[in-house]
Design a protein around this ligand. Structure first.
Ligand code: UD1
Ligand code: CA
Length: 470
């Protein structure tokens, strides 16, 4: 089937009470419109037209869809008017136009394919996808005659008392043959709202004698439109449950589905265990047999197999290789690579640094803009002084190096293979391989100093007291 998709996304979204366009509000981490665009992609359309309004540029920069073209609806004059605005982008197109709403993020490609098949099989000019709603108030009612033929779609505000009771409602999804698109010209502005309703295309089609019908094949859950933040939350819950269900099905243990958030772009290997309050975001990939302990957030990162991420750790745009262990309370900032079997412990911050295989930084350190070799031991409280107030500089630490506790490495600086740096050293010059670097002052002990000081302080105090009494 020759297919084009038009996604309506130019509405004002007033009910969200937000400066952000409604369709950019996120469900389970992705903008609603992105979810719709991704679903449309699965139908392999010839063209995808996204209708946007005033906030067009923000939408264009946020949404990822190389093949999409944008149509502009300068003023939000209704869904019918929005589709009219897409017409120039569809000129010369021959086939079926599938209209989707940018605020219906849960609708799956499977249902849409079924719908398109029914549209074709029936030889319809126009079809609408409908569903039964528990509470139909938010949706347009599908009004049928005695024989079941669809006559029109009536919005809540325009219903009479019989229509109000109808539970079959409009999902906002239509299939329209290119030849029937000019029915749009016959739609008049709604008397109450002054908007051009796309829903009126059904009544207009019957008047013209075109074949039109509604296929009630959607579920309320997948067809739900998001108009308010409450609905946004409900849609997020549905999507979240779907995602968690999928990973559990594939062999991932999730200890508390109520507090784990996994974005749609994440993947997780078998036998991995996810503790409560874990957020896995963006395009994070986690291998198999790993454990993610509570209160961890991982964004756009690759985590290998058999990795342990301990409690309260933040990892962004980084890679953690197989069998490494990170945390508790570690922060892995963008551009970091933690090697196999490496150990990053509590209160350690790593930024744009690579840590070699089996190396350890177990306590209270900052390693930034650094290349650390294999089997390196970084003592507690080690700091790479990477910033001179103007530029960032690099620290290089060779294989097998031992860095004593409380060391400062003033970059740019290099510590050669197998070298030792004594505790408390401030390294300002390169350290040759297999040598020992020490820069601290030699210790001096002054015998009896403390006792002498004590008596001095005592006599001073009594002098002050006497002066005051006088
Ligand atoms: C619409 C339908 C309703 C249906 C419901 C399904 C109409 C008149 N009503 O109602 O029958 O049951 O969707 O969820 O069509 N948009 C534009 N330009 C505009 C107005 C809207 O592009 O001028 C876009 C919006 O961004 C949104 C979609 O069209 O993605 C639907 O608009 P919305 O205002 O949410 O319509 P509903 O009142 O929900
Ligand atoms: Ca809506």
């Amino acid at each position: 089937m020759n297919l084009s998709c038009v996604i309506l996304a130019a509405g004002l979204g007033t009910r969200m009470k937000s400066a952000l366009p409604k369709v950019l509000h996120r469900v389970s981490g992705i903008p609603m419109l992105q979810a719709v665009v991704d679903t449309a992609k699965k139908l392999s359309p010839k063209r995808t037209v996204i209708v946007t309004g005033k906030q067009r540029s923000l939408i264009e920069t946020t949404i990822e869809c190389k093949s999409a073209v944008y149509a502009i609806q300068e003023e939000a004059k209704g869904t019918g008017h929005a589709l009219r605005c897409a017409r120039p982008a569809l000129r010369s197109f021959r086939g079926v136009i599938l209209v989707l709403n940018g605020d219906t993020p849960l609708l799956g490609a499977h249902t849409l394919k079924r719908f398109l098949n029914l549209h074709r099989k029936n030889g319809n000019a126009i079809s609408v996808l409908s569903f039964e709603a528990e509470n139909p108030d938010d949706y347009g009612r599908i009004v049928r005659d005695g024989s079941g033929q669809v006559l029109s779609i009536v919005e809540e505000k325009d219903t009479d008392s019989t229509q109000k009771k109808v539970k079959e409602v409009n999902s906002g999804v239509y299939a329209i043959d290119h030849g029937a698109l000019d029915v749009l010209d016959e739609i008049e502005a709604n008397r109450k709202k002054g908007e051009y309703y796309l829903t009126d295309i059904i009544a207009a089609a019957s008047l013209r004698g075109l074949r039109a019908s509604a296929f009630c094949i959607g579920t309320e859950e997948e067809c739900m439109g998001v108009n308010t933040r409450e609905e946004l939350y409900r849609a997020s819950l549905v999507l979240r449950r779907r995602i968690l269900g999928k990973w559990m099905e594939r062999g991932v243990t999730i200890l508390d589905a109520g507090s784990v958030f996994i974005h749609p772009g994440v993947s997780i290997g078998k036998e991995t265990v996810i503790y409560p309050n874990v957020h896995l975001e963006g395009n994070t990939r986690i291998g198999k047999n790993s454990i993610i302990y509570p209160n961890v957030r991982i964004q756009n990162s690759r985590i290998g197999d058999g990795v342990i991420i301990k409690d309260s750790t933040l990892i962004e745009d980084s890679r953690i290789a197989d069998r490494a262990s990170v945390g508790p309370f570690a922060r892995i900032r963008p551009g970091s690579k933690i090697g196999r079997e490496a150990r990053i412990g509590n209160f350690v911050e790593i930024k744009k640094a690579s840590i070699g295989k089996a190396s350890k930084a177990s306590h209270l350190s900052y390693i930034g803009d650094a290349v650390v070799g294999m089997n390196v031991n970084i003592g507690a409280g080690t700091i790479t002084c990477n910033y001179d107030g103007v530029d960032k500089h690099k620290t290089e630490i060779g294989d097998g190096v031992f860095i004593g506790s409380g060391t400062e490495l003033v970059a740019p600086v290099r510590v050669g293979k197998g070298a030792y740096v004594g505790a408390g050293t401030t390294v300002t010059e390169n350290v040759p391989a297999y040598s020992l670097a020490m820069s601290r002052m030699r210790q001096r002990n002054i015998e009896g100093w403390a006792r002498k000081r004590k008596s001095k302080v005592k006599s001073q105090k009594s002098r002050v007291k006497n002066a005051e009494q006088r």
